[in-house]
Structures are given as structure tokens and as C-alpha cells.
Design a protein around this ligand. Structure first.
Ligand code: F6R
Length: 614
């Protein structure tokens, strides 16, 4: 939610900032802006409603010179997306410019106080309050910018990653963070800052991750200084990024989402690499093995997550209960954090997140840790806040996911949950050795089966246009495929704007069946496993009401084929691994319907990839 980027060095800042904004555009695309200090030490701000491309058009022919600058791409929280509310925000005297990712919760109180002191506000944002407060403190106390930022932030309640530059000083950026991500890149005589490493990797792989309530003083010709808000000096290890540049390109695909769907076989294999050994018949997940006693003695596992990651958590519940025989509860992080949950000694909390920055999930982790729980993270983005705030965990290793709709991260989360369940089951002896071996072998074969599953793309592309008429969709699944139905429905609604609901198939007759008529497409995940016969009965119920059935079936299943209007075949696999294959046609269906409808697949309206506000 909102992307921030900054540069200080010997090169022209503007092209670096624009490129950085393009990389961060997945975080929000309501408006974009840039602030630069040029060689005459003038501070210029250019900003506009719309995307980074709109900012580029807006700045054509304008003076965008300068070797220091900050830039922002916005996901609106306070104030509608318009030119005035776009960042950077000037202070009253226009001597400071500030960008911000996060929310200042007590902005109204501060604003009222500043208005009484004669400050005038241009925008409806919480951010403008911060820059005005910094200026007020700086001028009244006659102190430098860094100290003014430190003092201002001690008054701010909420979340922030900010960067500030000032007129007359082309040699300094002050940046700070609390509960919103901020990475500083260290090059040769140049510095970068950004919400994540993607704008930085092109120039340097040496980075520092700031911690909460820390301020970075980035000055030309000096080392980066880091201090707390209370002015205590901090030293940070410089970390090496493992990201590669071509992971950030579309690689010949029309959209990142399609590229990421197609990457799944390779990425899932990577998620299993070094963790599964078919020859030795073993699964070994370091995070679990290292904390063996905790997992062996766990009385209960609580899974906290949001959105797609929550759907993966539901599949985790089925896996962990079936194989590891540990009771599991899956919670929306946003509910968990505010409902005074009971967390017992011996509970393990698993937090799942692609970005590692989701505000609600981070708050749920904090709550769980304060209550004494052991917290395990399943996360994709290396070095993000969640892995840094959990006791242990596993990365999903799927590389950057740039399409806003999560695809490969979901299947990788399910893969890691499968590995966790199998590792614990083996350690606890809750699985028969033969069954354990069968499942390991089958899990290892999933990447190859995913390649075969992707062959349905052409078929789905063909029939996608038929369903663009639909205003509603229903998705049905049972057991392991109930969360797959939820995830399929979420994918469709977020990128095609078609309303869709996922249900456990048997729940349909308790209400949703009233919606079914000849216009209603009903997607049924109906593999020849689990409650196959019962799912067939549910399909019959839909057909009896003239619903249009699109079923995901096991290769060669003629029975369900005959009952369905459209069928998509996936390779046969174990019931517990069907979600890894069945999700792929659902991702492709949402993708093709959205493309035919002319929707912006990678940047759907109102959404942002990294939800750093609650
Ligand atoms: C949907 C989607 C979101 C995220 C959710 C949690 O396609 O991407 O629902 O799953 O915002 O994000 P993470 O996993 O980054 O915590």
C-alpha cells in the first residue's frame, strides 16, 4: 500500500525514481509524484492523479534535474485519489517535501493544533500533517531536519515509512519507519531507499533493513547513520540481496499474472528443493526440525493470515489435522488481533503471508508473541517484517510476485504447509511409513503434473468469452477443495469484477441454491477423490435448476463430464494435493475472463499487493 522510493548519488535521480515507481506500482496506483532538489538547491514537486505513466506525461518538458529525489505511488487511505492528495507533500513554506506509506492515526488532533498555530492545509491526507509538524518543530526549536523528524515522529501514532528532503540541501535524505517497510540500498557513492528491494536490485545488492522507530540519515559522501527516535545510534548489518533482475520482468508474457501462473511448476519445485528427498523417503523442513519439541508437544496450532494466504491456511488445517493430528484453528488476522483470543502455553501460531508486510498479520503475530506463543512464519519476501518478527519459519521461495492477484505464492504456501504436516506427522508417528512414502513421492511429482495441468490454458481461453456476460459466479468444493473454491471465487472477483462466492458444496442447499438459474455459472471442483459421489449429487442439484456447470475433473472422468456443460481435466493425484493442481485452471479462468473484459489484470482497481494498513 503505497510505494516509496528515493535516490541520492551522482546520477540524475528522476529516471531512477520513475523506474523504481514502476517496480512498486503493484503497491498502489491511484496517484504518483516526485520531489527533486536541483543543482540550484530548489525543491520541486510534481504529482498527479493516475499511474506512474501519467506522471511521466505530466513532467514532460519540465525541469526534473537533480541528483537527489524522492517519489511515491499511492493507494489512497485519507482523501480521494486526486492531484492535491498525491504525494510528495510540501510543508507550508514549501521548504520540505515528504512521502509516506502508512497511516497517521492521530492526524486530526495534530492538524487541529497546527491550524490554531496558523498552518494552512492543502490536502485531506494524514501525510500533510506530518510534514507540517516537522516544519513547525524544526522552525520553532531551530533544529536540524533529522532532529525535527525524530521529535515529530514521537508524536505520531500509527504506521509510517517516510522520506523527507529539503530545499537548499541537495545532500541529505532523512527516512524513518514504523510498521511499514523500508529498505536502504548502498551503492558506490550512491544511496537508494524503497518500500522493497525491487527498485534497488538493478544498482546494488547491498541493503539495510530499518527496524521500527528508526531514522536513517543518508548524506552524500558519508556512511548511512541510523538512530532511534530517542537518538540512540544503531548499527545494522549490511545484507546481500538474492533477487535477480529478470525476475522482475514479464519475460515475454502479456501480464505478470500469466507469467506467475506459468512459473508454478518451477517455483513449487524450488519450494521443495532441499526439503524433500524421494530417494531417502524423507521430508525435512529445517524450521520444524529445529523446533521439534515445540511441534511434538503442540496442543493446538492457530493459523493467522489474510485473503489468499488465509485460504492456504484453511488447506493447512486439513493437512495438519489429517496427518499430524494436531487441532488447528484458522483465523483472519484482522479478527484475531481484536477479539482477545485465548492463547495457551503450548500453542503454536503459524502466520502466512506472501509479502511479509500485511499489517493485520503483523499485529496478530505481535499479540501471539506477547501472549507467549511460539510463532512460525510462512513467507515469501525475504527480509520482510514477518520473518523478522517470528520465532522461526520457512520461506516459500517463489521469487517476486508482482501481479496483484496472488497465484504462485498460494500454491507455494500450500506446498510448505504440506511439508510441515508431513514432517510433524513423521516425527510424531501419526502416519504409517508406507503412506508417508507414498505422499512424499506424490508431492515430488506435483511440478510435473502442474506442467500437464497448464495445457488446459488454450481450452480455458476459448470458453472464457462465453462467461463475460455473468454478473455472478458460484464456486463449490468439498474437503480440501472447499478452500480452493473460495480462492477461485476471490481470483475472479478481484481481477474481473464479477461477483463470485465460494461455498462448501453441501452448504449450497442451505441458501445459495436459491440463486441458481439458467444464467448462473457454477464452478465445481470435482476430482475423483474424497467425497466424489456426494459432489456428483451437488452437481445434479445445480443441473436440476438449470445452472451452468463448469467442473474441474480428474483426467478421463466421463461421469462428471456428462453432467457438466464444460469440463477441465487435471491429472490424478492424492486428495490432499488436488488443491495444488485444481487452483491452476481457476487462476487461468479468472485471468482469461478478465482479459476478455478488458480489465487491468495486474493492477485491478482499488487493490494493492501489500496491505500495510489495517
Ligand atoms: C489476493 C491477494 C490478497 C492477499 C492478502 C494477504 O489475490 O493477494 O488477498 O493474499 O492481502 O497478503 P499477504 O499474503 O501478503 O499477507
Amino acid at each position: 500500500m503505497c510505494g516509496i522510493v528515493g535516490y541520492l548519488g551522482n546520477k540524475e535521480a528522476y529516471p531512477i525514481l520513475i523506474k523504481g515507481l514502476h517496480r512498486l506500482e503493484y503497491r498502489g496506483y491511484d496517484s504518483a509524484g516526485v520531489a527533486l532538489v536541483n543543482s540550484s538547491s530548489d525543491l520541486k514537486v510534481y504529482k498527479t492523479k493516475g499511474k506512474v505513466a501519467d506522471l511521466e506525461s505530466y513532467t514532460k518538458g519540465k525541469d526534473v534535474s537533480g541528483t537527489i529525489g524522492i517519489a511515491h505511488t499511492r493507494w489512497a487511505t485519507h482523501g480521494e485519489p486526486n492531484n492535491v492528495n498525491a504525494h510528495p507533500h510540501y510543508s507550508q513554506s514549501e521548504s520540505l517535501a515528504l512521502i509516506h506509506n502508512g497511516i497517521i492515526e492521530n492526524y486530526a488532533v495534530i492538524k487541529e493544533d497546527l491550524i490554531k498555530r496558523g498552518y494552512k492545509f492543502q490536502s485531506d491526507t494524514d501525510t500533510e500533517v506530518l510534514v507540517q509538524l516537522i516544519e513547525y518543530i524544526k522552525n520553532t526549536n531551530k533544529i536540524g531536519l533529522c532532529q525535527a523528524v525524530q521529535l515529530a515522529l514521537t508524536q505520531a501514532v500509527g504506521a509510517y515509512a517516510i522520506a523527507v528532503i529539503e530545499k537548499g540541501n541537495p545532500n541529505q535524505i532523512i527516512a524513518a519507519r514504523k510498521s511499514s517497510p523500508l529498505v536502504i540500498g548502498i551503492g558506490d557513492d550512491e544511496f537508494f531507499l524503497a518500500s522493497d528491494a525491487t527498485p534497488i536490485i538493478e544498482y546494488t545488492n547491498r541493503v539495510i533493513y530499518l527496524d521500527d522507530e528508526e531514522v536513517a540519515i543518508i548524506r552524500r559522501g558519508e556512511e548511512v547513520h541510523i538512530k532511534t527516535l530517542a537518538n540512540v545510534e544503531k548499527t545494522h548489518e549490511v545484507k546481500e540481496l538474492e533477487l535477480s533482475l529478470n525476475e522482475l520482468e514479464k519475460g515475454g508474457f502479456p501480464h505478470f499474472m500469466l507469467k506467475e501462473i506459468y512459473e508454478q511448476p518451477k517455483r513449487i519445485a524450488e519450494a521443495m528443493r532441499g526439503r524433500i528427498n524421494v530417494e531417502a523417503n524423507s521430508v525435512a523442513l529445517a524450521g520444524v526440525i529445529d523446533n521439534k519439541e515445540k511441534f511434538l508437544n503442540a496442543r493446538r496450532i492457530l493459523i493467522v493470515a489474510c485473503g489468499t494466504s488465509w485460504h492456504a491456511g484453511l488447506i493447512g488445517e486439513y493437512l495438519l489435522e489429517e496427518f499430524a493430528r494436531i487441532p488447528v484453528e484458522v483465523e483472519y488476522a484482522s479478527e484475531f488481533r481484536y477479539r482477545n483470543p485465548i492463547i495457551n502455553k503450548g500453542d503454536i501460531v503459524i502466520a502466512i503471508s506472501q509479502s511479509g508486510e500485511t499489517a493485520d498479520t503483523l499485529a496478530a503475530i505481535e499479540l501471539a508473541r506477547n501472549a507467549g506463543a511460539f510463532v512460525y512464519g510462512i513467507c515469501n519476501v525475504v527480509g520482510s517484517s514477518i520473518p523478522r518478527n517470528t520465532d522461526s519459519g520457512s520461506y516459500t521461495h517463489v521469487g517476486p510476485e508482482i501481479g496483484v492477484a496472488s497465484t504462485k505464492a498460494f500454491t507455494a504456501q500450500v506446498t510448505v504447509l504440506s511439508l510441515i504436516a508431513l514432517t510433524i506427522a513423521h516425527l510424531k508417528g501419526t502416519i504409517e511409513p508406507d503412506r508417508y512414502q507414498e505422499l512424499i513421492k506424490e508431492l515430488a511429482s506435483i511440478p510435473a503434473k502442474m506442467i500437464r495441468t497448464l495445457e488446459v490454458n488454450a481450452q480455458i481461453k476459448d470458453f472464457a468469452s462465453i462467461f463475460t456476460y455473468a454478473k455472478n459466479f458460484i464456486y463449490l468444493g468439498r474437503g480440501y477443495n472447499y478452500p480452493v473454491a473460495l480462492e477461485g471465487a476471490l481470483k475472479l472477483k478481484e481481477i474481473s469484477y464479477i461477483h463470485a462466492e465460494g461455498y462448501p458444496a453441501a452448504e449450497m442447499k442451505h441458501g445459495p441454491i436459491a440463486l441458481i438459474d439458467a444464467e448462473m455459472p457454477v464452478v465445481v471442483i470435482a476430482p475423483n477423490k474424497g467425497m466424489y459421489e456426494k459432489t456428483i449429487s451437488n452437481i445434479q442439484e445445480v443441473k436440476a435448476r438449470k445452472g451452468r456447470v463448469i467442473s474441474i475433473i480428474t483426467e478421463g472422468d466421463e461421469t462428471v463430464k456428462k453432467l457438466s456443460d464444460y469440463t477441465i481435466e487435471i491429472p490424478e493425484t492424492e486428495e490432499c494435493f488436488v488443491p495444488l493442481l485444481a487452483s491452476i485452471p481457476l487462476q487461468l479462468m479468472a485471468y482469461h475472463i478478465a482479459v476478455v473484459k478488458g480489465c487491468n489484470v495486474d493492477q485491478p482497481r482499488n487493490l494493492a499487493k501489500s496491505v500495510t494498513v489495517e
